[in-house]
Design a protein around this ligand. Structure first.
Ligand SMILES: CC(C)(COP(=O)(O)OP(=O)(O)OC[C@H]1O[C@@H](n2cnc3c(N)ncnc32)[C@H](O)[C@@H]1OP(=O)(O)O)[C@@H](O)C(=O)NCCC(=O)NCCS
Length: 171
């Protein structure tokens, strides 16, 4: 993983505009190029303020960007959310779980967070499964990003780092 740079916008637009990806993250209205750019600027600003944030995820063997993921403020809740998405050819290989686990570890062990949350539309079975594999607990349904979402959370005390979880280098 590496922090976003100003040059990553076209790649983020390509990744998030894909039909099979966008339908899980608010659809074409939320993932228009203009909205993605707005979100991208938000990610850069968050990184500037907090010293960490959203990262691009690269395949080690050739540096290809295969997704994005990281910690971000959840709208106006004051909570920190782990968010992610991958290009479709890279689904189902355990990457999201590995990446999100590294972010939880970073959040609890280095950023001093007490609690990290995640949201998904209810039919996003893969993302819910990622959250459950991470040890996150279902709490409730809630409105986020203009959608009814399932809301999961984990506290620092509940988080169990397991073998194979990577440290995040995102400074
Ligand atoms: C959600 C997403 C990030 C998951 O990425 P991934 O790298 O494939 O996730 P992982 O491989 O780590 O884990 C997915 C798990 O869900 C399971 N899964 C996937 N689709 C499933 C389905 N339809 N029904 C049941 N289980 C499913 C997988 O088998 C895997 O579980 P396993 O390890 O026990 O076999 C990816 O599908 C994606 O980018 N989706 C589009 C964007 C998105 O939804 N982002 C998240 C918004 S909340």
């Amino acid at each position: 993983m590496r922090p976003l740079t100003a040059d990553d916008l076209p790649t983020l637009i390509r990744l998030r505009s894909d039909d099979d990806v966008s339908r899980y993250i608010g659809g074409k209205r939320m993932q228009s190029p203009e909205m993605i750019e707005q979100r991208f600027r938000f990610y850069l600003a968050c990184h500037e303020q907090r010293g960490y944030g959203m990262a691009m995820i690269l395949r080690k063997s050739d540096g290809e960007i295969i997704g994005w993921g990281g910690l971000q403020p959840l709208e106006e809740t004051g909570e920190t959310e782990v968010g992610y998405g991958f290009d479709k050819p890279f689904w189902g290989r355990g990457y999201a779980t590995e990446m999100a686990a590294a972010w939880l570890r970073f959040g609890f062990e280095q950023a001093g967070l007490e609690r990290i949350v995640a949201v998904a539309i209810p039919e996003n079975v893969a993302s819910r499964h990622v959250m459950e594999k991470l040890g996150m607990r279902y709490e409730r349904e809630a409105q986020h990003y203009g959608n009814n979402c399932v809301f999961y959370a984990i506290t620092r005390a509940e988080f169990v780092p397991r073998a194979g979880f990577y440290a995040v280098h995102n400074s």
